[in-house]
Design a protein around this ligand. Structure first.
Ligand code: HEC
Length: 106
């Protein structure tokens, strides 16, 4: 029983690690790193705070996919995010999903 719990915990940690690695790869490939980091504020909001902000929002994924592709401003401050037309629909959706499974910031 204890061993099973421990193995379960390890899988959970490994999965979280794999997810954040995949998110970083997509951020690099789509040039998000110029303005964003996962756990530190850069020009744009940090991704774990975005996760906390939309935690209770059932439409979070759609909202974020739209924003990633179209850009916008006024949610986090006056700095605008330019549109990112280079991001494929599939990548935008995966990025939004990976943001929303980030451990929210305490
Ligand atoms: C030129 C800088 C810049 C680049 C490049 C950029 N962003 Fe942003 N991003 C911002 C800024 C600034 C904001 C805050 C906008 C606001 O307050 O509404 C933001 C906001 C966001 C948000 C939160 C949206 C919301 O409405 O809460 C997400 C998600 C996001 N960016 C994802 C991405 C992804 C994914 C990429 C790469 C494809 C990317 N950004 C590239 C500057 C950038």
């Amino acid at each position: 029983m204890a061993a099973a719990l421990f193995v379960g915990f390890l899988c959970f940690v490994q999965q979280a690690q794999a997810q954040s690695d995949q998110l970083k790869k997509l951020m690099l490939a789509n040039n998000c790193m110029a303005c964003h980091m996962i756990d530190k504020r850069k020009y744009g909001p940090q991704f774990d705070e975005i996760s906390s902000k939309y935690m209770a929002d059932k439409k979070a994924i759609e909202t974020l996919v739209t924003k990633i592709k179209a850009g916008g401003k006024g949610v986090w401050g006056e700095d605008p995010m330019p549109p990112q037309p280079q991001v494929s629909d599939a990548d935008a959706k995966t990025i939004a999903e990976l943001i929303m499974v980030l451990k929210p910031k305490e």
